[in-house]
Structure formats: C-alpha cells, structure tokens
Design a protein around this ligand. Structure first.
Ligand code: TEU
Ligand code: CA
Length: 555
C-alpha cells in the first residue's frame, strides 16, 4: 500500500452529475476542474472518477466502447491531462474506474466477434452454444432477464451479466488479459494514481456454466461467476505485470464478497489489491425481490456486519468504508433521517463511518447531507436497472405498481445520481441548460454555497472529520472494538492506540437514549451537539472522545 494512502480520504465523482461547464446538461471534465478547489478545501486527498471513457451510456458509462478515449460528453484527452495536472498541483490524486469485466457491445472487439462468431474475437467473449434450443444456462442478469443473448445468424449465445449491451470479456483468453494490462499501463504512464476496479470479483467464471438455483424466473449465477476459479491467479498476474511497477492504489469492487475471500483479494501479503468494497451493510434489507425493499435499518444487524469486517480484517487487510456511492441511495435518507434531523443525522453518520478503521469514501453531495431524489414518476428515472426492475416486478411478478414506486424512491440508484447542489440558483448551479436528470427540489435549502458559509453545516462538519483523520494517528491506526452490540439504538465502538482510547457513540434514533455519561477525563474530539447531554444521548447525537486507557472506566 503506498504511504500516501494511509490517512487518505476519498471522494467519488459521478461525472455526469457533478458540474456542467457548457450548458448541455451533462457534467464534464472542465466542470470537475473548476471544482477542484472545493474538494481541496474540504480536505479530499483522492478523487475516484466514475467512468469517463467513450461509451454509448446504456449503463451511464459502465459500458465502454473505447478504453483509450474520453467520452465526447465529458470533454477531450487534453482536458483530462489538464485535470491530472491541476490535481497534482493541489497534491491530490486521481483514481480511474477500470471496467474490464465487460465492455460495450459497440466496442470494436465485440463488433468483430459478431462479424465472425467462430473467429478470434468471439473468444474475447463467452460465445457459447445453446442447450436443446435454449440458452446455455438459466442465469438471471443483474439488470433483469437472462444473461444470455442470441448471437445473430449463429447457434451461439453470448454472456452478459449486466445489460445485453455489456458483453462479458473472457479473461481465460490471454490476449484479453494482455490487452487489458497494456491499457492499464497506458493510463498509469499518463500519471493516474490507481484504479477502482468494477465488479472485479466476477472476471473468472466456471466455464461449464452449470444451471443456478432458481429464484423467481431465473437461476442464481453467483456460485459460478463470483470469485471464480482463476480470479486470484489473474489478479496476481495483473499485480506482477502492472500494478507493482507503479506507486499507485487499487480498490476492488467485489460483489458478493465474503470475509474469507476478501482476505485473499486484499490481504497485505497477497499481492492482489489494496482493499475491497464489501456490500453486506447496504444489502441488509434485501429479500424476496432482491434489493427492492422498504425494510427499516436493523441497527443490531448493521453493527454485526461492521464488527465482522472491522475486527475480521484487523492485521490482515484494510477496509474500504462507505455509506453510499453511485449505485446506492443517499446515506442520510437510508441510515439517518432526511427530514427534521437531516443535518444532525448526516453528521452522526459521518462520525460513525469516518472514525472506524479503514479508508472512508465520500460520495459527491454526501458532505452536504444531500437526500434521495424524491421522484414521483417512472419517467423521472434514467437508470436502466430501476426501469427494468419496474417492468419485471410489476408486469411479470406480483408487485403492485405503487409498491414498486415506493421501492424505487427508497433504493433506486438514481437517488444518488441527481445533480450536485452547488447553490440556490437555477438548476442548483449545476447547469445553465436542461439537466440530463432532474435536480432535487430541495436545492434551495441544501446547497454547497450556503453550507460553506455556515460554520455549523454538514459540509464544515465533514471538513473537521477529515482533518481529524489527517491529524490523529489513532483514527488511522488504532485497533477497533465494537461496543454495545445488542443495543437497538446506539452504535458504539472504541479505537485503541498505545495508552489512548477513542470512544465513539452514535445514536441512530430520533429518541433520547440513556447512557452512562462521559468519563471524567474524557476529552471530546468531535460532536454534533453544542452542549453536553449528561446521561442521555439526544436524537442522532454523535460524540467521540479520547480518554487514557487505564482511566477509561474511571468516573
Ligand atoms: O456495480 C456492480 C454491481 O454489483 C451492481 O450490479 C450493483 O449490485 C447494483 O448496481 C446495485 O443495485 C458496478 C457499477 O458500480 C455499476 O454502476 C454498474 O452498473 C455495474 O458494475 C456494471 O458495470
Ligand atoms: Ca457538459
């Protein structure tokens, strides 16, 4: 792990929704450049850019048609170089999204494969003969329907775990791996500082494609396509051939990862990746309809997940910490309260996450306490996963339309994709044109300009939190121990380094919750209330204090 990663804080930019510079309603590189000072001021060390490569945008850029070019919508390669240079000037690092489990069906490799379904390029993908006139297996794609699409004028099907416009690349083909490594080197030579690797846990598949356990209309591909037979071998090869040659960082997006698998991906002695994103805490409510649910957060379960990951990776690997990203609803709407206690609960969530052990990732707008989109109509949504799921669950299964709209409002990826709220002017200062997806109606109350000026804003609170990590070694290196595991209201943990203890108490409810009060020698390092509460934690109160280890229980 490069030493600059130790106390670093990440910020994810979803380029199409960050800042538009030319009035076409789509965020762009020039827009990002113009906001680098904002990020620097916040204290951000590393920016993770969601994909900016050339793409038909079927899945918002996660379908790449040319890995060596910038999407016209976002700008030019010159502007990208300028972004790199401007980031360097500010001592900030730029991490690219690497999407190589699949590419776009418009990529020249796939076009060549279609032109000759038995030729060299067909083997860049999974072109597989059907069984008894049907698809090779029963797998459900993550975006609905079968993972198999018929290759025109052929008896073969191709595999796509996501949309049919996102054919999976065949990593068992050495040419594919060589091409990917060459491309990675090309970006690294340009000066990018690392990669966030999209669904990297899915790159190796069981080539027999056995049918999966049927859930609903289709079979589950996970056992055959996640953490497949060669995934660690390929990542070690990638590390040997590419990653180890540069002073860079990597974080793998590892869908369905278990703790045991994570130790392999991100174990310090493993030479694969620096850290991985696990998703257990954001998938807690999943059930009958997959991710689509409206279950309230179960705090005991939530703590169990964090305990498992924090304590489980201790001394072995490094955690990647997040409440949200471009695939998840807004943190404050999901885990806090986005009405009466919006600011207070957004700050509480910040404390809870940022003082844990690992690297925190802030998703754009989280530092303002931005809320879910509040879309009322299906036509407001842009995300293909949300739209496909609506049709599948309402039209083919038994979910009433109204119920599905409730699920979308709660869980849809578009909740996080509404434009960044910069100020209270038209379109929240995001664009002078028509935004590609509607701006949240609450931008007059929730926006960066107002919050920068207000010392008590969520934004300024996040600045303090980031500063704490930069200044306090205990936040980076202290050991982690979960406290009050059974409480349904309080999330509490402690960090210990040498003779100091950092205790973090977070009330996840709108109620007053009794507790022992702070020990006498406690020195508060951060809190979201102005006065001390005595023997109660107030609604969504968060308090973190330091105390000498031996006096921790001394009242
Ligand atoms: O997401 C991977 C992934 O597992 C998603 O299917 C995730 O489960 C889903 O979005 C949650 O609803 C990555 C990217 O982050 C996502 O934006 C892409 O759509 C996907 O890969 C395909 O590239
Ligand atoms: Ca633009």
């Amino acid at each position: 792990m490069p030493n600059w990663l130790n106390d670093a804080v990440f910020y994810e930019i979803y380029p199409q929704s960050f800042q538009d510079s030319n009035g076409d309603g789509i965020g762009d590189l020039r827009g990002i450049i113009s906001r680098l000072d904002y990020l620097k001021e916040l204290g951000i060390d590393i920016v993770w850019l969601s994909p900016i490569y050339k793409s038909p945008f079927v899945d918002q850029g996660y379908d790449i048609s040319d890995y060596y070019n910038i999407a016209e919508e976002f700008g030019t390669m010159e502007e990208f170089d300028e972004l790199l240079a401007e980031a360097k000037k500010r001592d900030m690092y730029i991490v690219m999204d690497l999407v190589v489990n699949h590419c776009s069906d418009q990529h020249e490799w796939f076009q060549k494969a279609l032109a000759d379904p038995d030729g060299e390029y067909a083997d860049y993908f999974y072109f597989v003969k059907g069984k008894d006139g049907k698809a090779p297996s029963n797998y459900r794609s993550y975006f609905g329907g079968s993972t198999w699409e018929k290759v025109p004028d052929s008896d073969k099907y191709y595999l796509h775990m996501f949309a049919k416009e996102q054919p999976d690349l065949n990593w068992d083909n050495t040419d594919v791996r060589t091409q990917v490594y060459d491309m990675m080197r090309w970006w690294l030579e340009k000066g990018v500082d690392g990669f966030r690797m999209d669904v990297i846990s899915l790159i190796s598949k069981n080539p027999d494609f056995p049918d999966g356990e049927v859930k609903g209309l289709y079979g589950d591909l996970t056992p055959y396509c996640a953490h497949g037979p060669h995934v660690h071998e390929y990542l070690q090869e990638m590390n040997r051939e590419v990653l180890s040659k540069y002073d860079i960082m990597t974080v793998g997006e590892t869908a369905c990862v278990t703790l045991e698998e994570a130790k392999k991906y991100a174990g310090e002695d493993r030479n694969e990746l620096n850290m991985v994103f696990q998703f257990e805490h954001v998938e807690l409510g999943s059930g009958k309809y997959g991710k689509w649910n409206d279950a309230p957060v179960d705090l005991v379960q939530l703590k169990k997940v964090f305990k498992k990951w924090e304590e489980g990776l201790e001394g072995i690997g490094w955690n990647a910490l997040f409440w949200g990203n471009h695939d998840q609803p807004r943190a404050v709407s999901r885990f806090g309260d986005d009405r009466e206690y919006r600011e207070c609960s957004a700050k509480m969530l910040g404390v809870c996450l940022h003082l844990m052990k690992g690297t925190p990732y802030i998703y754009q707008g989280e530092e303002l306490g931005m809320t879910n989109a509040g879309f009322e109509n299906l036509s407001d949504y842009r995300d293909l996963e949300s739209i496909n799921a609506y049709h599948e669950l309402v039209e083919e299964q038994d979910v009433p339309a109204e119920q599905m709209m409730t699920y979308l409002k709660k869980i849809s990826r578009d909740n996080a994709r509404t434009p960044m709220q910069w100020n209270d002017e038209e379109n929240a200062g995001f664009t002078t044109g028509t935004p590609w997806i509607a701006v949240n109606k609450n931008y007059k109350e929730i926006n960066a300009k107002a919050q920068i000026k207000d010392p008590d804003s969520v934004y300024n609170f996040y600045r303090k939190l980031i500063q704490l990590r930069h200044e306090e070694e205990i936040v980076v290196h202290g050991s982690f121990e979960m406290l009050s595991e059974d409480s349904e209201q309080i999330f509490a943990y402690q960090r210990v380094l040498d003779d100091t203890k950092l205790v973090v108490l977070c009330n996840f409810t709108p109620n007053h919750v009794a507790f022992d009060g702070l020990p006498k020698k406690a020195k508060i390092v951060i809190t979201n209330y102005k006065t001390e509460g005595g023997s109660f934690l107030r609604p969504y109160e968060a308090v973190a204090y330091k105390v000498p280890v031996e006096e921790a229980s001394d009242k």
